[in-house]
Design a binder for this molecule. Structure first.
Ligand SMILES: [Zn+2]
Length: 304
């Protein structure tokens, strides 16, 4: 197969469902930031080469705080991926974002506190712009996709990323509504930031499964029934998400070379004096920064 330029990161629900539906070649990748959540599946889907990664790893063993986000994004970059569509299960903080709907998020609020959130942690400094955390082109494709689905696709939503793994208290859930959140999840960050630092177009399809804890549960339902309802909602939302991706991927494949600001995120972001950055630090991040650190003339033109 050709090099995959489209990456899909599957979260709870979609990760497993997708892996069961497609076959391909699994590759183990090593990165300066360790190993990704699991092998990356290279496959052809809807006639398009894609790279698929299950965020929580085989068997869903990695919790949101321990997912190797940096290795995941770096591995996709090493494989040549330029565009990433991610999915994630969320709680809904708004009545109108009903379970089983899909949300093409447009904003993020970071409430995580124990995750490595940059590739540029030593040797050089980069400050990428992040006012619009998701790729506008990918968002538009998802919003416009016509997949004949019988569900609602919301064109915007603010995703609050909490640390977890426990869910929010009712007071926290009410606070998250007050500070502007529409959805709450545990994995969009630092994933979206790292994708921006890696100059990859990235967007997130959120799958609301329940109303978090701000809204009282329906009376008369026991815990088993509530959990069964959440799992049923996740399965239904997952099927909707796969249907949406099925129509988006071929459309995306025709636009991979369209210019997009995400693809030049580092152009003005590296504030370090490039002459003083140690070659070892450039080499470590080579897949990310090579174009900004051309080889010195002595290497490009060997002495006679
Ligand atoms: Zn983009």
């Amino acid at each position: 197969m050709n090099q995959a330029r489209i990456g899909i990161i599957g979260g709870s629900g979609l990760g497993q469902a997708f892996a069961e539906q497609v076959a391909g070649r699994e590759v183990q990748i090593d990165t300066p930031f360790g190993s990704p959540s699991g092998p990356i599946l290279l496959t052809s889907w809807q006639g398009v080469d894609i790279a698929f990664l299950s965020r929580h790893g085989p068997g869903h063993l990695l919790n949101p705080s321990t997912i190797p986000y940096r290795a995941n994004l770096f591995a996709l970059k090493q494989l040549g991926v330029t565009h990433v569509i991610a999915s994630g299960a969320t709680g809904s903080l708004r009545e109108e974002f009903q379970p089983r709907h899909l949300v093409v998020c447009d904003q993020l609020i970071d409430r995580t506190y124990r995750r490595e959130n940059t590739f540029f942690d030593s040797g050089m400094v980069a400050h990428v712009e992040f006012a619009e955390p998701f790729c506008p082109m990918l968002r538009q494709l998802l919003i416009e996709a016509n997949s004949g689905m019988d569900t609602v696709v919301h064109p915007a939503g603010t995703y609050i990323c909490m640390e977890g793994p426990a869910f929010s208290t009712a007071a926290e859930s009410r606070m998250h509504r007050q500070i502007g959140g529409d959805l709450i999840g545990m994995t969009a960050l630092p994933e979206a930031k790292l994708a921006r630092e890696a100059e990859m177009c990235y967007t997130l399809l959120a799958l609301p499964t329940d109303y978090d804890s701000w809204r009282p549960h329906e009376p008369g339902m026991d815990r088993g029934q509530l959990l069964a309802e959440i799992i049923g909602n996740l399965q239904a939302a997952t099927e909707n998400a796969i249907a949406l991706l099925r129509s988006v991927i071929p459309a995306l494949a025709t636009r991979l070379d369209n210019p997009c600001p995400c693809r030049e995120a580092l152009q003005l972001a590296i504030w370090s004096d490039k002459k003083q950055v140690h070659p070892a630090d450039v080499n470590r991040l080579r897949p990310l920064v090579a174009r900004y650190f051309p080889a010195p003339p002595s290497l490009m033109y060997p002495k006679r």
